[in-house]
Structures are given as structure tokens and as C-alpha cells.
Design a protein around this ligand. Sequence first.
Ligand code: ATP
Ligand SMILES: Cc1cn([C@H]2C[C@H](O)[C@@H](COP(=O)(O)O)O2)c(=O)[nH]c1=O
Length: 213
Amino acid sequence: MNRGIFITMEGPEGAGKTTIIQMLGKALQEEGYQVLLTREPGGVPISEQIREVILNKANTAMDPRTEALLYAAARRQHLVEIVIPELERGGIVLCDRFIDSSLAYQGYARGLDIEEVYNINKFAIGDMMPDATFFFDIDPEEGLRRIQSNGDREVNRLDLEAIDFHKKVCEGYQLIINRWKDRFIIVDAGRTIEDVFEETKARLLTFLEKTEQ
Ligand SMILES: Nc1ncnc2c1ncn2[C@@H]1O[C@H](COP(=O)(O)OP(=O)(O)OP(=O)(O)O)[C@@H](O)[C@H]1O
Ligand SMILES: Cc1cn([C@H]2C[C@H](O)[C@@H](COP(=O)(O)O)O2)c(=O)[nH]c1=O
């Protein structure tokens, strides 16, 4: 099978993933690439409905395992409905968050155990791991400041977690990066949007050229 390329974007709240993905999508299309921009949880109607349940501020009673299973269920549906078909067509998929978010947020920050959460996700994704993952590295407090000053962004249930939770998310990501060193590309996201975009674009194009050879 002539499989496309699956790229994921990870990082704590407000790291700039969504902003940079939109800019990359435009840049890649200008370079002649076929590219699908999507996100998790969501990307297709069933997964967007699951997103609404998970992130709804009223759902304060949600059990951490329920949360982990809902993210995995949304992931499965999104994968089979649009990600795998696009990869089978030979396209590039840029996805805002994927399994590493579950490992960092549910596995580490919620304390469920990274290995346990990895195992339930293996059931959901099989061997569909990303070809490369960009990690947008930012101080969690700066990330939260960014989303708080964005009047257009609705604050969700996860945003409302205490700062210690968001710091643990970042610690969790470091453990995951150490485990999958070859897959991760780290970008300093504490700079201007233009600087972050230029570096990410250059590193992504290098990765795509190398992978296509
Ligand atoms: N490098 C940057 N410098 C300053 N502000 C930024 C930068 N990147 C993004 N922003 C702003 O920060 C806010 C959050 O950005 P964005 O939604 O892209 O982050 P995100 O990583 O997708 O966040 P989340 O995962 O919480 O949805 C937006 O208002 C965006 O305009
Ligand atoms: C995929 C995934 C996401 N999360 C968390 C991370 C964020 O707090 C929200 C998603 O909101 P965003 O604005 O789209 O970034 O969900 C998680 O905890 N586990 C996951 O697997």
C-alpha cells in the first residue's frame, strides 16, 4: 500500500498547535502537497459529539477511566472514518493532538499510568502510530495566559484544572518524549508565531522530503 504521512502536533494548552497547523496547511498546499488538517478529540461528527461530553464544564463527575475511554473511542472513530482513508489515498494528515495527549493527560497527569492508557489506546488504534510528532514546548503558565487572553476561545473542563495538573501534563510529555525519542521533533513554542511557524515549516518539509525518498 502506498501510505501517506501521518503527523501529529502535541503540547500543553495554548502552546500554539491550532494556529501553526492552520498556517502549515496553507504552506503545504502552496508547495503542492495534498493535506488534511484535523483535530482530536473530534474531526468527524461522532467524535465531535464525544468531545462535547468530555469537555463540557458541567461534567465534573467524570471518572478518569471514563475520560480515558472516551478519548480512545473518539480517536478510533476519527481514525477509521477520515485519517486512514486519507493516508490510503497517499495524503498527508496533520492532526492536532493524538495518543500522546492521552498518555500525558490521562496516563500521567490524572495518574492512571502511562502503560495502562497506552494499552487501551492500542485497542483503539492498532499499529497506527504517527510517523512524526511535533512537540510545542512552552511553560504551562504562559500557555494558560495565552488562552485566557483569547476572548474567542471557550474555556473547557480541562482548561479549568489547577496549574499543578497542567505542570504534570508537561512532565508527562517529557517521559513520553524520552520513550519515543525518534518520533518527536521539539519546537520552542515560547517565541513569536512567525518564528515558531518558520521553524516548524522548515523541519516538516525536511521530514517530508526525507520520508518520500
Ligand atoms: N507564539 C505565540 N505567541 C503569542 N500568542 C500565540 C502564539 N501562538 C498562539 N498564540 C495565541 O495563543 C492562543 C492559543 O493558541 P492556539 O489555539 O493555537 O493553541 P493550542 O496549542 O491549539 O491550544 P489548546 O490546545 O489549548 O487548544 C491563541 O489566541 C493564539 O492566537
Ligand atoms: C486528545 C486528547 C485531548 N486531551 C485534552 C487536551 C485539551 O485539554 C483538550 C482538548 O482541547 P483542545 O483545545 O482541542 O486542545 O482535551 C486529553 O486530555 N486527552 C486526549 O487524548
